[in-house]
Design a protein around this ligand. Structure first.
Ligand SMILES: NC(=O)c1ccc[n+]([C@@H]2O[C@H](COP(=O)([O-])OP(=O)(O)OC[C@H]3O[C@@H](n4cnc5c(N)ncnc54)[C@H](O)[C@@H]3O)[C@@H](O)[C@H]2O)c1
Ligand SMILES: CC(=O)[C@H](C)O
Length: 239
């Protein structure tokens, strides 16, 4: 009933670790070619090695998504190696939690620059390719923190509320091109970000794992083009 995704090409930001890495591996197993973008080359090379046996085409570029110049250079490089993209997963993000007056203005700004402006910059660079093809998928990894504020999450929530707003507006703008734009709003996932901020013990029997999001991402991409996931919240059942 759905659509095959093998042979498509996906750009995944922050794909060196955590959710982005899991999504890259899961998509490679589905035959999706990969454009990997993150800051740390060693992490990216590790993912390349991990997916080598799948036979998909893989290219990587190191870039800070908060830099428009680095993003444009990286997307140009990846497009040159892989051809145009069909799928964009804006996953790269940072999270630092602390009181409104406790976080420094620099820490506050960095979350906006990476989590919101980063997604804007990468989308701005890739979207023309999807419009040209008259179709494609953009999946933005937001958070439950983008739906509800809490003490110590003011900066992170501001970035993720903004990302959800960007997602909803863009989805309405580009649906006429058969481009699907989704905001995923997971709760805490067992990744380095969550461990660093002491958000979870990551118990694989109880806590959302990166592979769970990857599985959902694969399934939504396989949906028939006539339907899209506007937003989806993934939570741990009984953490
Ligand atoms: N872990 C959670 O509990 C959780 C929950 C909801 C949403 N999220 C979101 O999921 C996304 C992935 O987070 P994660 O938990 O996998 O974190 P992670 O720290 O394990 O991985 C984040 C990845 O993004 C990359 N990255 C960070 N800043 C970057 C930048 N400026 N330029 C390029 N790459 C950059 C890192 O190098 C890393 O590869 C983030 O947007 C995060 O906000 C995480
Ligand atoms: C880090 C994050 O987004 C979750 C909600 O803990």
């Amino acid at each position: 009933m759905g659509q095959p995704i093998n042979g498509k090409t996906a750009l995944i930001t922050g794909s060196g670790k955590g959710i982005g890495r899991a999504a890259a591996i899961a998509l490679a197993k589905e035959g999706v070619n990969l454009g990997l973008l993150a800051r740390t080359e060693a992490d990216l090379k590790s993912v390349v090695a991990e997916v080598e046996s799948t036979g998909v085409k893989v290219a990587y570029a190191t870039a800070d998504v908060a830099s428009l110049e680095q993003v444009e250079k990286a997307v140009d490089s990846l497009t040159g190696e892989l051809g145009s993209f069909d799928i964009l997963i804006n996953n790269a993000g940072i999270g630092k939690f602390g009181g409104f007056l406790d976080l420094s203005p620099e820490e506050w700004k960095s979350m906006i620059d990476v989590n919101l402006m980063g997604a804007y910059y990468v989308t701005r660079a890739v979207l023309p390719q999807l419009i040209e093809k008259n179709g494609g998928d953009i999946i933005n990894i937001a958070s439950t923190a983008g739906q509800k504020g809490a003490p110590a999450t003011s900066a992170y929530s501001a970035s993720k509320f903004g990302l959800i707003g960007l997602t909803e507006s863009l989805a309405m703008e580009v649906r006429k091109h058969d481009i699907r734009v989704t905001a995923l709003t997971p709760s805490t996932v067992a990744t380095e970000l969550a461990f660093r901020e002491n958000l979870t013990d990551g118990n694989p029997e109880k806590v959302l794992q990166p592979e769970d999001l990857a599985e959902f991402i694969v399934s939504q991409l396989k949906l028939h083009p006539r339907v899209f996931v506007k937003s989806a919240g993934l939570w741990s059942t009984n953490p």
